[in-house]
Design a protein around this ligand. Structure first.
Ligand code: AMP
Length: 281
């Protein structure tokens, strides 16, 4: 595996692959890699000839007062994991390589970016869409791999790619969980042992809501409120808990069949997100 810091060098390598008609897979990350990230890498390895992983803690997707400066940075461990996973290139740029100091272009995916996490994390999805678009232009992958864990992000990226005719196929990868159901996340490391024991309740709430819908309960607002109240008993401060259409995150109608239940809740100092998508027959 080669670790590359400059766009110029990365492009030289990728050009040589493209000349050999090799398909390029791309996995963008912010590092502090866990099994969830590595499942994206494994999928990329299966689907493409060459795999590029980027690690870049993107400042523009963090709001004021969020955890940009404390976000875990574990480059050496990450490098070892990617080497063992037989990644071809790790792209590890400095901020200066990515952003011009007088940059004046941003990408905003209107509508989809405004609800749920976009409400509390103002500007977050503009930061995400802009960096992902830039990385797509830098890497020019055939396929890019994103986790369903960040379901709203996945929809924002898909919409951006569609609207801007970006020639890349977006692949969604299922959420990797701990044995107790907690979705793996770099932010789980912020939890105290007591909070770690409570955290799986977020997924349990999603499962209970899904089960209620699958046995025919159509009172979606009541189901949402019940689960919010249940989570509060265990010290969560739920930000939202919403039953939505899984194509657009609009509140689900009882006639909708493609559903996702999406939630964010603060536990101690940590903001956890999770979701569960399913088909209602
Ligand atoms: P991050 O480093 O948190 O920006 O995540 C990089 C990519 O890994 C994104 O596409 C995430 O959705 C994905 N990801 C994060 N956690 C998981 C997980 N537990 N299972 C699957 N994919 C994940």
């Amino acid at each position: 595996m080669q670790t590359v810091h400059s766009i110029k060098q990365l492009r030289q390598i990728i050009r040589s692959w493209q000349q050999a008609e090799e398909k390029v897979g791309f996995v963008p990350t912010m590092g502090n890699l866990h099994q969830g990230h590595l499942s994206l890498v494994q999928k990329a390895k299966k689907c493409t000839d060459r795999v590029v992983v980027s690690i870049f803690v993107n400042p523009t997707q963090f709001g004021a007062g969020e955890d940009f400066s404390s976000y875990p940075r574990t480059d050496l461990e990450d490098q070892n994991k990617l080497y063992n996973a037989q990644v071809d290139v790790l792209f590890l740029p400095e901020k200066e390589e990515i952003y011009f100091t007088d940059a004046s272009t941003e990408i905003t995916v209107r509508g989809l970016s405004d609800s749920h996490c976009g409400t509390t994390r103002n500007g977050h999805f503009t930061g995400v869409a802009t960096i992902v678009c830039k990385l797509f232009n830098i890497v020019q992958p055939d396929r890019a791999f994103f986790g369903k864990k960040d379901f709203q992000q996945l929809l924002v990226i898909r919409r951006m790619v569609r609207d801007l005719n970006i020639p890349v196929t977006i692949e969604a990868v299922p959420t990797m969980r701990e044995a107790d159901g907690l979705a793996m996340s770099s932010r789980n490391g912020y939890l105290t042992p007591e909070q770690t024991a409570q955290a799986p309740k977020l997924f349990q709430a999603l499962q209970s809501a899904r089960d209620a819908i699958l046995v025919g309960n159509e009172k979606y607002t009541e189901i949402e409120q019940q689960q919010i109240n249940w989570l509060r008993q265990f010290g969560f401060q739920p930000d939202y808990f919403s039953i939505c259409h899984s194509d657009n995150l609009k509140p689900a109608k009882t006639s909708d069949t493609r559903l996702v239940i999406i939630t964010a809740a603060i536990l101690g100092k940590t903001r956890l997100i999770d979701n569960l998508d399913f088909i209602k027959a």
